[in-house]
Design a protein around this ligand. Structure first.
Ligand SMILES: *Cc1c(COP(=O)(O)O)cnc(C)c1O
Length: 397
């Protein structure tokens, strides 16, 4: 028997749950792109977007997914033949590096594995060794969605400052924007990339590159007119915002999402909700892990993201549990990513719970409840008291 008929719940780390309000805002006839409401809406949307990123800098918007934001940022910051230092804490760091490399950029990668944050001493040593300042940028993922590690961006900035190194600091916040605290200006981030379909609760299709005056001054003229961030951030004509036709309906959806963030009490309130819900999830996972094979990928809570939690469970129990909760209970969990290759049997021993964007306490408790049901049904050993532990965290809110 299946109990999956009802509203499905997509708890993968992006795309995230789309609010009805966002979808309804998109359900409109095509607006005029030459004058009128859409044009006014976009000029008001840009400052709201920057407020979420905590920057007074600039933003270029692209019709793209996160990979497009990666391409755009790389194309504006470094020329082919120049060098970057890439800090890798999971599959997404590796992926960004591949984008730079394909553009002909030399990538010096420091890989910190799949369960750890950036080792600042190694970064310091790499910068100290770069006496002639060949490294033009340091690129790091704030929250690597594959491992669910959260890196300390302010600490990386401090290393750059201590080394007195002029490299730009570039950060991927695709998973973490509007989920985990991120302070672009206060933390000294020069370039930040994000996308619409995670914390911003809007369908995939909008990519954002935020940059400060320092990065603007050092912009390399990209070979691609389309990727050039300058006309998008400072358009003389409306079409230049988007390098062509505006992504009309995505913009309407994003407007609704930003309104929802404001009505919740602003970005601080949104961060606080995500933290609480993440802590509830961790309390359950820790309790299950006290007996049996379940284990949080990131042991130190201070290094865990509030957007996604990566789990190790071994054998093929990750795949079995995902299948059970999806087919029996209407909950879709994320696959393990970058932990083992898809052809490797070990691939099936991982899963992820996405908890970014439009989620609340009953959704989290519901997800945890059906995971518990799945563990029971599949006879996967697990500790007791997980749901009580999660409820206790929620009750303290
Ligand atoms: C989702 C994600 C990406 C890739 O975004 P796409 O929209 O799938 O191209 C890159 N980096 C991080 C940290 C992500 O979470």
């Amino acid at each position: 028997m299946t109990l999956a008929h009802g509203r499905p719940y997509l708890a993968i780390p992006g795309p995230s749950v789309m609010p009805d309000r966002v979808l309804n805002a998109m359900h409109q006839p095509a607006p005029n792109i030459y004058e009128g409401a859409l044009i006014d809406m976009v000029s008001a949307l840009v400052p709201d977007l920057k407020a979420v990123a905590r920057t007074a800098g600039h933003v270029a918007i692209y019709i793209a997914n996160g990979h497009g934001a990666w391409e755009a940022a790389a194309a504006n910051v470094v020329r082919p033949g120049e060098k970057i230092l890439l800090l890798v804490t999971g599959r997404f760091g590796t992926g960004w590096g591949e984008v730079f490399a394909r553009q002909g950029v030399e990538v010096q990668a420091l890989d910190f594995g799949r369960r750890a944050t950036v080792d600042l001493a190694q970064v310091e040593a790499a910068l100290a060794a770069d006496k002639s300042h060949k490294i033009k940028a340091v690129a790091v993922v704030h929250v690597d969605t594959a491992t669910s590690v959260k890196n300390d961006i302010a600490a990386i900035r401090a290393v750059l400052d201590r080394a007195d190194h002029p490299a730009l600091l570039m950060v991927d916040c695709i998973a973490s924007l509007a989920v985990d605290r991120f302070e672009m200006d206060a933390w000294g981030v020069d370039v930040m990339v994000a996308a619409s379909q995670k914390g911003l609760m809007t369908p995939p299709g909008l990519a954002f590159v935020f940059f400060n005056d320092k990065a603007a001054a050092r912009q390399v003229r990209p070979a691609s007119l389309y990727w050039d961030w300058a006309p998008r951030a400072n358009p003389a004509l409306f079409y230049q915002y988007f390098g062509g036709t505006a992504p009309t309906h995505h913009l309407l959806g994003l407007r609704a999402a930003l309104d929802m963030i404001a009505e919740e009490g602003g970005i601080e309130a949104v961060w606080a909700r995500h933290e609480k819900l993440a802590r509830a999830a961790w309390a359950a996972f820790e309790a299950w892990g006290r007996e049996g094979p379940m284990e949080l990928n990131i042991a130190d809570p201070a290094l865990r993201s509030h957007a996604v939690t990566a789990l190790r469970i071994g054998g093929d129990d990750g795949a079995r549990l995902r299948a059970w909760v999806e087919h029996k209970a209407g909950l879709t969990l994320g696959i393990g990513l970058g932990m083992a290759e898809p052809g490797d049997p070990a691939f099936h021993g991982f899963f992820r719970l996405g908890h970014m964007g439009h989620i609340n306490a009953h959704m989290m408790m519901g997800a945890l409840g059906v995971i518990e049901a799945g563990l029971v049904a599949l006879e996967i050993a697990h500790g007791k008291g997980a749901l009580e532990a999660a409820a206790k965290v929620i009750a303290e809110a």
